[in-house]
Design a binder for this molecule. Structure first.
Ligand SMILES: Nc1ncnc2c1ncn2[C@@H]1O[C@H](COP(=O)(O)OP(=O)(O)OP(=O)(O)O)[C@@H](O)[C@H]1O
Length: 627
């Protein structure tokens, strides 16, 4: 394959980059890119991937590794690279979550884990609840040698695993505990590794085992460094103690060059173990150059001005972001809506959206209702007034078994199932056809240059589509018929082959969780549907207004956002000056492209804890309006 000379390389699919982005793109060593909301961090990584792969700086057979915090972020980045690069280039881009990468290493090199730390094979994935940790501590405290009991009683239980177990490097040869903290950590491990009936590991434990493996087996570390001369880490502000230590162990002191991107001001995962000094540590440990991106391609000038006020409250040295998006509205770009009763508030929101949607010719998904937490409660209050005006609200944070609707909709298996169902329900569905053929090629292991194999796949798909279409013609949408269709699809796809073809399903029981969630949501979507197309539309929610928590809205953008519940009750944990609370507010504010509204209702709660948030809005010139 021929490579492009670096000086001849051009941006792919976008017109321009700010100067700092260009400099970071061409940076010869490790780089730390700190950039605010809407600055195009995902786009930056996709362009840097294209640059490194297309100019031969990351030549075949070497590959580029991108590590993200969440599955949807890993997927979005991979998708963006596929949009920007030809397939033979994009195929050398591996995008994983930290968890998936660590699990793959542990599973693949299981026998190389030092014997005293080796879990059973297979092992189970543990998802611990606070009460499990509480039970662990009460027993550990009782059993610990007397001098350590006080120390153990003083350990913060809610951060114990993330901060202590996560930062603890397992010794290659076992050593005796030297403190109460060590005692608790060793005991924690004994519990995780116990093989009756099988070891039960959290993802933090899996991360620690992967790190140990790398340290204990230099050849694995050498192989990883040789395969991946370049590594990207997205959403770096969310990196936990364990994840940072893993990076350091695998790539620290080596020749691989790391590019990390993120925004300190959007650090809202400290409660889940994100380390607050990740950028500083990285800059020192990897001798990285720092770059700050200033453009905001998402929000208009007025919104960016308000964001800058909040950014400064979070970090007095934050650089001033510059808006690059053009405004489509001139009035009411940001407002606080004040009401005394919930009924007044929800009716006003519904009426306002219905009118705005009509007058500006907008679609339901241009709007988002954001809440701090307890999305179910707000859904219950908003759904009826919305429905009265023909609007459909959808709680994307809703639980479906062990996952949420939002995660289901971003899942590969769900996408394949829905595309097959689309092929069965309508005559022409070119996008669904393309999705199904490329998925089948991957599942059946057909290579891109195998023309005969590709024809076989198209033929197989065409026959299955005819069968499915005949079924969908005779069956009307309801629970039982939905189950019948799902059975047919499962049999056709061969789920074992799907699990082998998509690395994310090698991690735990994800495929089972997603299939169950699909079943539940598919059955729900049949309710009130007169045909399958209506049912599938309801499933995908194209005509629904999303309702989601701020945490779930991270990385997303909408024309208009309405934050409901700017009050002390919704922000019960917020104390003035609390940076995580302020960062959450900043994330909410920065999702809007054209308009951001904050609703305060007296019936929901007071406004003393959150007074500083109101003050910031007032300082930024946001008017408060009684509705
Ligand atoms: N160089 C660019 N030129 C034009 N548009 C861009 C550019 N980079 C990004 N965009 C667009 O700007 C918007 C914001 O980009 P993106 O979501 O990647 O930002 P981000 O930095 O990840 O934001 P956040 O941290 O808030 O999630 C997207 O609509 C994206 O398509």
């Amino acid at each position: 394959m021929s490579y492009i000379r670096s000086e001849d390389w051009r941006l792919r699919g976008i017109e321009s980059f700010e100067d700092a982005a260009w400099r970071a793109l061409c940076a010869p060593g490790s780089a730390c890119v700190v950039a605010g909301p809407g600055s195009g961090k995902t786009e930056f990584l996709a362009q840097r991937a294209a640059y490194l792969l297309e100019t031969g700086q990351c030549p075949a057979p070497q590959r580029l590794l991108a590590i993200s915090f969440k599955r949807d972020a890993a997927k979005n980045l991979a998708l963006r690279v596929r949009e920007r690069c030809p397939p033979e280039i994009a195929n050398r881009f591996d995008s994983y979550t930290f968890d998936a990468l660590a699990k793959q290493l542990v599973d693949r090199f299981h026998p190389a884990i030092p014997a005293q730390w080796r879990p059973s094979s297979p092992y189970r994935i543990a998802y611990l609840k606070p009460r499990d940790v509480e039970a662990f501590f009460s027993q550990a405290q009782k059993d610990a040698p007397l001098p350590w009991q006080r120390e153990i009683a003083g350990i913060k239980q809610n951060t114990f695993e993330a901060e202590r177990v996560g930062a603890y490097r397992l010794p290659v040869a076992q050593i005796a505990a030297a403190s109460g903290s060590d005692y608790a950590i060793h005991r924690w491990w004994a519990l995780q590794l116990a093989t009756q009936p099988s070891s039960s590991l959290t993802f933090i434990s899996i991360n620690r085992l992967a790190e140990l493996l790398i340290r204990a087996s230099p050849y694995i570390r050498r192989a990883l460094r040789a395969t991946y001369p370049f590594v990207f880490v997205d959403e770096f502000q969310d990196t936990t103690f364990a994840q940072y230590d893993f990076l350091l162990s695998v790539f620290g002191g080596g020749s691989s060059r790391l590019t990390v991107v993120g925004d300190n001001k959007q650090r809202i995962m400290v409660w889940a173990g994100a380390r607050v000094d990740a950028f500083e540590r990285f800059t020192t440990d990897f001798s990285a150059s720092s770059f700050a991106l200033l453009c905001n391609f998402r929000s208009t000038t007025d919104l960016v001005r308000i964001q800058n006020v909040v950014a400064r409250a979070l970090d007095s040295t934050a650089p001033v972001a510059v808006a690059r998006a053009s405004a489509q509205i001139s009035e009411g770009v940001a407002q606080v809506w004040r009401s005394s009763s919930k009924a007044q508030e929800v009716n006003h929101i519904a009426r306002w959206i219905a009118t705005d949607m009509q007058s500006r010719q907008r679609q339901p998904r241009d709007y988002a209702i954001l809440v701090r937490q307890r999305a179910d409660d707000y859904e219950a209050e908003l759904s009826a007034p919305f429905a009265r005006l023909g609007l459909r609200l959808r709680n994307e944070a809703r639980n479906l078994g062990d996952t949420t609707l939002q995660d289901l909709l971003a899942d590969d298996l769900a996408r394949i199932f829905i595309s097959l169902l689309r092929l069965g329900s309508i005559r022409r569905a070119p996008v669904a056809w393309k999705t199904c053929t490329s998925a089948l090629l991957q599942i059946r292991g057909v290579m891109p240059d195998d023309i005969i194999g590709q024809e076989r796949i198209e033929d197989e798909l065409s026959k299955f589509k005819d069968l499915l279409r005949a079924d969908m013609k005779t069956l009307t949408p309801h629970g039982e018929s939905a189950e019948i269709l799902l059975m047919r699809i499962k049999k056709f796809l061969d789920l074992n082959a799907v699990v082998r073809a998509y690395p994310e399903y090698n991690t735990g029981e994800l495929a089972t969780i997603m299939l169950e969630a699909f079943r539940l949501h598919f059955i729900q979507s049949t309710e009130g549907a007169t045909d399958w197309t209506e049912c599938l539309d309801a499933f995908e929610g194209a005509s629904h207004i999303p309702l989601l928590t701020v945490h779930k809205s991270k990385g997303l953008e909408y024309d208009t956002t309405i934050f409901v519940g700017l009050d002390d009750r919704a922000w019960w944990a917020h104390t003035p000056g609390n940076s995580e609370g302020l960062a959450t507010f900043f994330v909410a504010l920065s999702r809007a492209k054209q308009r951001a509204i904050f609703a305060f209702c007296q019936e929901r709660g007071g406004r003393s804890n959150v007074a500083e948030l109101f003050k910031l809005l007032a300082d930024a010139g946001v008017p408060e309006i009684a509705i």
